[in-house]
Design a protein around this ligand. Structure first.
Ligand SMILES: [Ca+2]
Ligand SMILES: [Ca+2]
Length: 411
């Protein structure tokens, strides 16, 4: 059997949760039942490393091919292993890549497909008064788990948890979802201290998929800037993430839940936090996000000129002033925001991915049911999966071209 091989490198991140997709490539010359060898290497988030081979079969669907294993379970387990990894995938099959065009076309489809599903979704959610009373309501917890499960990195705000029970309980629920069984420590989290000036305290937490990102460092902003002491009620709990599978590679998130009446000042002060973090960490990529209360009566149009984060064009506001991040029908305010700084980060954003996630509509809840979860919708954005697949294709292409040129010259 003639074995021509095409080589794709990709980061199958969202495959973590099992095998929720079919891979299709365009390959008209294949016949049904033809088999090919899938070779792989993986280096998961933990210490495991491995490689292996699996024989998979094709079925024909008009001019495209779906790839499946003769035993679905085995391909599933292959992909489960792959999912924990930065992957080198070698597809080798007879007649699979009979022309450069086919290879390019196939690779493009694969690239397009995986680049879309493998984007890193970063979210922010004010789960109003998130404490033991809330996790005791199964129907409420269920919605919270579903909202978080859509995301790879989720900032949770307004955690009120004196006994430190809420997040451990939530994590257990998140990691025991049926489709996630068998994937140990799928979600992890980092949480701030309880923050607040007097007796009222809140915590920030970041819940993240360990297969997608790792925490490089955390930093609790001390809020002791000379001449500007105690600017924040809930000082940013800053986290530096590494995301090797994205184009951005790494980024810092500065979270903020403002006190509504002090929103203008606190959003403005985020610029000082940025300057402070920049002195200690080398990252050029910053994401500011959270419930800024940046709308309606708390931040009016006339206030923007006092907010450096808004006035400085180097900071790009992804959620617009006309968005509505409030659950109530009667309110229409863009309280929750995402602001980006850093050229490489900006270019890594999936176009049009910044959005408000209306969980009420998505899960068919009444206003009352949704308000039992929170008075805020979550907001989100996506970072592109890195382009190493495309790089792999690019480096292959000239070789094939040379060959075919030589052949033409010879004949
Ligand atoms: Ca303070
Ligand atoms: Ca509303």
């Amino acid at each position: 059997m003639h074995m021509s091989s095409c080589r794709y490198i990709w980061r199958p991140q969202k495959i973590c949760s099992g095998f929720p997709f079919r891979m299709r490539i365009s390959c008209p010359s294949l016949t049904s039942g033809e088999r090919m060898v899938l070779s792989y290497q993986f280096s998961p988030c933990g210490s495991e490393r491995g490689e292996g081979k699996s024989i998979v079969s094709f079925c024909l669907l008009r001019d495209s091919v779906c790839i499946y294993s003769t035993a679905l379970r085995s391909i599933n387990s292959v992909f489960l292993q792959l999912s924990r990894a930065a992957i080198l995938l070698l597809l080798a099959a007879s007649r699979l890549v009979s022309t450069t065009f086919k290879m390019f076309y196939s690779a493009f489809l694969l690239f397009y497909f995986f680049n879309n599903i493998l984007a890193l979704k970063i979210c922010s959610f004010n789960v109003r008064s998130f404490g033991e009373a809330k996790i005791a309501k199964p129907e409420v917890l269920d919605v919270i788990v579903k909202v978080i499960s859509r995301c790879d990195v989720m900032l949770i705000m307004e955690i009120k948890d004196i006994d430190n029970k809420v997040l451990p309980f939530l994590m257990e629920r998140l990691n025991s979802q049926p489709e996630k069984r068998g994937e140990k420590n799928m979600y992890q989290y980092v949480i701030s201290q309880r923050l607040g000036r007097k007796t009222y305290k809140e915590q920030y937490a970041f819940i993240y998929k360990c297969q997608m990102v790792t925490v490089k460092a955390v930093y609790q902003y001390p809020d002791d800037k000379i001449d500007d002491v105690d600017a924040f009620s809930r000082e940013p709990f800053v986290v530096w993430f590494e995301a090797p599978n994205t184009d951005a590679k790494e980024f810092v998130i500065i979270p903020q839940h403002t006190t509504p009446e002090a929103a203008v000042r606190e959003i403005d002060e985020l610029y000082d936090v940025y300057m402070d973090v920049k002195q200690n960490w080398t990252s050029p990529n910053f994401i500011f996000m959270g419930d800024f209360n940046a709308g309606c009566e708390y931040v009016r149009r006339k206030h923007w000129k006092y907010i450096r984060l808004r006035e400085n064009p180097e900071f790009v506001w992804l959620i617009g002033d006309k968005n509505d991040t409030t659950v109530k029908d009667s309110t229409n305010c863009a309280y929750d925001r995402i602001v980006i700084h850093g050229e490489s980060l900006l270019s890594a954003i999936v176009p049009n991915s910044a959005a408000v996630f209306n969980f009420r509509e998505a899960f068919g809840l009444s206003e009352e049911q949704a308000l039992a979860v929170s008075d805020h919708f979550s907001v989100e954005m996506e970072l592109k999966a890195n382009t190493s697949i495309l790089d792999g294709i690019k480096t292959q292409a000239p070789k094939k071209n040379k060959k075919s040129k030589k052949r033409r010259t010879a004949s």
